[in-house]
Each structure stands twice: as C-alpha cells, then as structure tokens.
Design a protein around this ligand. Structure first.
Ligand code: HEC
Length: 322
C-alpha cells in the first residue's frame, strides 16, 4: 500500500506520516475541545439549577416571601396584610418567586436563563415547549418504564439547553395534589384544572436552563499562544532535523555515487571515530573503506600489469642471454 512512498525522499516520507498524524490529531483535539466546552456548559447549567433550588428552599423555609405591594402587584399571592393608608403587604409562594426570578433573568438578557416548565402547568405560561416538551415526554416514558431519569441536553454552536427533571416530594403535594385540598389562594389565582393530581415521586416538570455562548470565545480561553507553541515546536524541530539529516545523507550519497577511480570521495573518513553509532558516519566509513579497497586493488593491478609488461620485454634480453 505504501509502495508509492518507497522511492520518495525521507523528508517526503516523514512529511506524509506527519500529515496523517495531523489529520488524526485534528479530529482527536476537536472532539476533545467539544467535550470540554460541553462539560463547561453543563457545569454552568447545573449551577443555575442549584441556585434555583436554593432560592426555592430558602423561600419554602419561610412559607413564602413577603413583599410590599408595588406597581408589579398581581392577584397571584398567598396571603395579604393591610397596613392601612392604602399600603399592604402580600406573600408569594416559592414557585411564584422562582417564576419572577426566571422572568427577570430572561428580561435582563443574561447569557444564562431558566424556566420552570411542565407538561401540565399550574400557570399556562410554564407550559413546556419545543425541546423542553420533547425532553419531558422522554423522561415521562422512562419513568413509566421504571428507568432512571436524568438531565437531557442539546447544543449547537451558540446555544446550550439543559433540562433537569424535578420530582414532587410530599411538601409539594399540598399545592399540586388534590385540587380540593390545595390552598385557596392557589385555587383562586390559578384555577383547579392544571398542575394538580400529582403524588409524591411523580415527575413535576423540569428546570430548563438555556445558555447562550460563543464557541470561539470559549475556545480562545482554552487555547493560547504558549500552548500552540508547545504543541507545534517539537513537530517543527523534528521536521527540521529530518530535513537537515536527509540533505546530509543525499549529499554524501551523491559524492559516493559520483566516485571515480583515483579521486577521493571528498569526505574525510579518518576523522570519524571507529566506535561511532551515527548511521550516516558508519555509511561514510564503509564507503571510504570500499573506495580504499578499490584504489588498493587498482594500484595492485597496475603493479602487476607493469611487472607483466616488464617481464614480457625481458624474454628478448633473456633469450639473448640464453
Ligand atoms: C404553596 C403551594 C405550592 C407548593 C408547596 C409547591 N408549588 Fe409548585 N407551583 C405552585 C404555583 C402556584 C405554581 C405556578 C407559579 C407561577 O408560575 O405563577 C407552581 C409551579 C410549579 C412548577 C412550574 C410548572 C407549573 O406547574 O406552572 C413546577 C415544576 C412546580 N411548581 C413544582 C413544584 C415542586 C417540585 C414542589 C415541591 C418541592 C412545589 N412545586 C411546591 C404552587 C406550589
């Protein structure tokens, strides 16, 4: 398969190998970077989920959040205290505060925002849509089949969506169980048809986190010039080494190849120590030895020829002598 490479220069052969390496590295590194960014986004999304849950717990711990009625007052309150002079305070349930927290985040256009959603929402504004609904249906299916449910996410180059399931506990059933037993404030504000009839352990809905991100910005914080140098410098050094070595080898090969009887190959092999391990030096020594043998044989042959010529011319005188 690699026959086409055999007659190429060492530099071409090594270059070809590096090209294959680069292709593999490219796919390997880009999949690694993809996973790293995804992991980063998941950590961010989980932090949002934790914050939402912490806020919910904090407010549940106080049975609700009391605020002074202002322009944003609406009928969805738990309790109301009249302080006289037209001033009154009202309390909001945890879900309502989370909803307002979520709306605030969305209107602030922060990169990370969330929604509490359900397929059967108490507040129709919380109806799961698109990917949220798809993920919730998948979770419902898994739950009915007795499988474990876990978060579901998806992303493209600029947006990451993370859907974390929310399970009803005993506390939640006070409002999300039998509508007849739900607090009057909830029934009055939200009606008695949606968001009820759950049991503890049921899938309530999800916290859906959306994070807008810039892939290249994220990558540029991971990859910097020193890192690129660290990865590229050894490769450049290896290619340079191969380039210089192959130039050296080809110049020596050319000298040995153009060797002509009587002219030395132009490399001083005597300067090379006998115990050298450098393959090129060993080759030079071998070539020098061979040319030495050829020169020696040639000299010897010349001597024989001379002697033979001499002895040919001798017989005459010998004959005369004889
Ligand atoms: C005091 C009553 C009350 C309790 C207790 C309560 N919720 Fe709710 N929940 C509500 C109300 C009211 C909404 C609608 C808030 C809004 O968006 O206006 C709601 C909304 C939600 C939503 C968003 C979807 C929807 O139904 O609108 C989820 C999910 C949810 N609750 C889950 C829970 C879980 C889980 C618990 C227990 C940890 C819980 N709730 C406890 C009253 C309650």
């Amino acid at each position: 398969m690699l026959n086409f490479l055999i007659n190429r220069s060492i530099l071409t052969q090594v270059g070809f190998l590096f090209l294959m390496l680069f292709v593999l590295w490219f796919f390997g590194i880009s999949s690694l970077l993809n996973r790293l960014t995804q992991q980063q986004l998941e950590i961010q999304a989980r932090t949002v989920v934790d914050n939402v849950n912490t806020l919910g717990q904090l407010i549940s711990g106080h049975g609700g959040m009391w605020v002074k009625a202002g322009p944003d007052f609406n009928e969805r309150y738990l309790d109301k205290i009249d302080a006289g002079n037209g001033v009154f305070f009202y309390s909001k349930n945890p879900a309502r505060v989370q909803k307002e927290f979520s709306d605030k985040g969305l209107s602030n256009k922060f990169p990370a925002s969330f929604r509490m959603v359900s397929l059967n929402p108490t507040n129709p504004e919380n109806l799961a849509m698109g990917f949220e609904a798809k993920a919730l249906r998948e979770m419902t299916r898994d739950k009915t089949n007795g499988k474990n449910i876990h978060s579901i996410s998806r992303h493209n180059d600029s947006q990451y969506e993370f859907i974390e399931p929310v399970i009803h506990s005993e506390n939640c059933i006070a409002c999300h169980g039998d509508p007849a037993k739900a607090p009057e404030s909830v029934r009055n504000a939200y009606g008695t048809t949606n968001g009820y009839n759950y049991k503890a352990g049921d899938l309530a809905g999800a916290i859906a986190v959306t994070i807008d991100f810039n892939k290249w910005e994220m990558l540029s914080t991971l990859i910097n010039a020193p890192l690129v140098l660290l990865l590229l410098l050894p490769i450049i050094a290896i290619l340079l080494f191969v380039y210089l070595q192959s130039k050296n080898i080809s110049s020596i090969a050319r000298r040995i190849g153009s060797y002509q009887r009587g002219t030395p190959i132009g490399v001083d092999a005597r300067a090379i120590p006998d115990n050298t391990r450098n393959e090129v030096f060993i080759l030079i020594k071998a070539a020098a030895k061979m040319t030495g043998i050829v020169e020696g044989t040639y000299a010897q042959l010349n001597a024989y020829i001379k002697a033979a010529k001499h002895s040919k011319s001798q017989p005459k005188t010998n004959a005369v002598r004889d």
